[in-house]
Ligand binder design. Structure first.
Ligand code: UDP
Length: 352
């Protein structure tokens, strides 16, 4: 219902745009592909807050329309439902010249979700990036690719610096995403090298916060939802594998700084929180916060699951003056509170 509503709202706005005053018609636009997703929806909100006119493009494959609930009535916000694998819709192409910024966040990013349709994941990375780069080229817009720490695979170097070339298994189940993003980076840098687009590439490490999908399958969302609903808490492997978790507002701040920075775009930049910990420690914190008494269920470690991951963020600090500010305890408390409300709303709907 909400999806239909969003579609209608965007069509209405499209019609309204046709009749708007010249100044409005000429207002610069920012495209956020994947803008209804977890990180994308926070990015759209932050861009609106700084006065940008945001066109959010999303196929709602893994995103939730409810992530946009707070934005849909905003006069500078438009939602367009489309898949970046397909040629961009006419509603975007007909005003291509007005875009000054193109953010590409479009891709399922959680392992169970990107592995569900691996061909589509690979095409989203490759074709999607090509379509959006061509739009940026046509518009003379700056393009930002959200790449991933997964380009480092199961890393032999720790922490991971941007000049580490990675250890990815191109025949494994994570390859559709890892290699897809590596190809997307290659294409983005080729557009820059040949002068076709001004680009920025962020390599995003594990990020958490409100708007994560409860069924995302990621460790933070799984553990919090399991703890809050009293279901067994799933730990894959023995829980000694490490990750470094960044709160979403810090990440969005990094993305916007990167987009607006006048750096040489030929260098990818790690964005993440270097506070590394074993998954077991994350579990302890979530149990502490929620008071959960649910049993822990150990499951096999997924194939190619990286043993360790931690960003070296020296480059982001030096070039963008960026560092994460939100502590894990603060961020987890906000995330638990958000999931608690979501779960209560879900239960209320289920009972209705
Ligand atoms: N993980 C876990 N329990 C879960 C989900 C994930 O122990 O319910 C583990 C997973 O095997 C990995 C880590 O937590 O070692 C982070 O997984 P996630 O899917 O969040 O991100 P990624 O593997 O992409 O870093």
């Amino acid at each position: 219902e909400l999806e239909r509503h969003l579609q209608e709202a965007s069509q209405d706005k499209g019609r309204r745009t046709m009749g708007m005053a010249t100044t409005d018609q000429e207002a610069p636009l920012t495209l956020v592909a994947g803008g209804a997703g977890f990180i994308g929806s926070h990015l759209c909100a932050a861009l609106l807050a700084r006065g940008e006119h945001v066109v959010c493009l999303d196929n709602l494959q893994t995103a939730r329309a409810s992530n946009l609930r707070a934005l849909e009535a905003h006069p500078r916000f438009e939602f367009v439902r489309a898949d970046v694998v397909d040629p961009l819709p006419a509603s975007i192409l007909h005003r291509a010249a007005r875009f000054t910024r193109v953010y590409n966040l479009a891709c399922a990013a959680s392992p169970p979700q990107y592995q569900e349709d691996p061909e589509h994941t690979m095409l989203t990375c490759v074709l999607g990036t090509d379509h959006l780069l061509r739009l940026a080229e046509q518009a003379g817009a700056r393009f930002l690719l959200t790449s991933t720490s997964e380009v480092y695979g199961d890393p032999e170097i720790h922490p991971q610096r941007e000049d580490y070339r990675g250890f990815v298994n191109c025949t494994g189940p994570r390859a559709c995403y890892d290699e897809g993003k590596r190809a997307a980076e290659a294409m983005t840098f080729d557009f820059a090298r040949t002068g076709r687009a001004d680009v920025r590439v962020a390599r995003i490490f594990n990020t958490y916060g409100p708007h994560m999908h409860p069924d995302d399958g990621r460790v933070v969302s799984n553990l919090i939802c399991q703890a809050l609903s009293g279901r067994p808490i799933t730990i894959y492997g023995d829980g000694t594998q490490t990750r470094s978790f960044c709160y979403v507002s810090d990440l969005v701040d990094g993305l916007m700084r990167l987009m607006e920075s006048e750096i040489d775009g030929m260098e990818p930049i790690n964005l993440g929180n270097p506070n590394e910990m074993p998954v077991n420690d994350l579990l302890d914190r979530i149990v502490g916060l929620t008071g959960a008494e649910a049993p822990v269920e150990y499951r096999p470690l997924p194939v190619d699951d990286p043993r360790r991951r931690r960003p070296d963020i020296a480059r982001a600090a030096a070039l963008l003056g960026w560092a994460p500010k939100v502590s894990l305890d603060e961020g987890l408390a906000a995330t638990c509170a958000w999931f608690a409300t979501e779960l209560a709303e879900g239960e209320a709907l289920a009972c209705a």
